[in-house]
Design a protein around this ligand. Structure first.
Ligand code: FES
Length: 169
């Protein structure tokens, strides 16, 4: 009678393969868990803020604006106006529902394309920005304007001022 020798898993090398497989599986799981924890920690610790563009606009040199000119900066949504009394800036955002208004040189007024509000600019005895007609509840606000140390016209869109405060150069 022949005696068959039983081969143990350790002898066959299968046990080693299984152990190595489970070690790798465990390490892989730990790596994925660590990566997930790191991602969530970073997200949690990062400030949850919305970065907005600066409200301050450099409108360039005063000499670039002729007297009695109205210049619309669509991106900044402001008018830079060179009146005979000096410079000033007004918001171009309609006070009705926030449409961007437009300068109408042929009429000498600012008009809103959305619902027809109209605003004075150079009318005698009228404050620039004052409403002529339409649903806008308030005039177009004047914005803080000054000359920088470099001689540039600067406008802060976040600060409204009382009208008729001209910047003289
Ligand atoms: S948004 Fe300008 S009139 Fe309505």
């Amino acid at each position: 009678m022949s005696e068959e020798k039983k081969i143990t898993p350790a002898e066959s090398g299968k046990d080693f393969d299984r152990r190595a497989f489970f070690v790798k599986l465990g390490l892989g799981s730990l790596s994925i868990a660590a990566a997930g924890t790191a991602a969530f920690s970073y997200q949690f610790l990062s400030p949850n803020v919305l970065y907005e563009p600066s409200p301050i606009i450099n409108a360039g040199k005063p000499g670039d604006y002729e007297v009695n000119s109205v210049t619309l900066d669509v991106n900044a949504a402001i008018y830079l106006i060179h009146a005979p009394e000096g410079f000033f800036a007004m918001s171009a955002v309609c006070t009705h529902l926030g449409c961007i208004t437009a300068w109408k040189p042929e009429l000498g007024i600012i008009a809103c394309p959305c619902h027809g509000s109209k605003f004075y600019v150079f009318e005698a005895k009228k404050t620039p920005g004052e409403k002529i007609e339409g649903p806008a509840p308030r005039p177009l606000p004047w914005l803080q304007t000054w000359i920088s140390d470099e001689g540039d016209l600067m406008v802060d869109r976040s600060i409204t001022i009382r009208p008729m405060q001209f910047v003289r150069v």
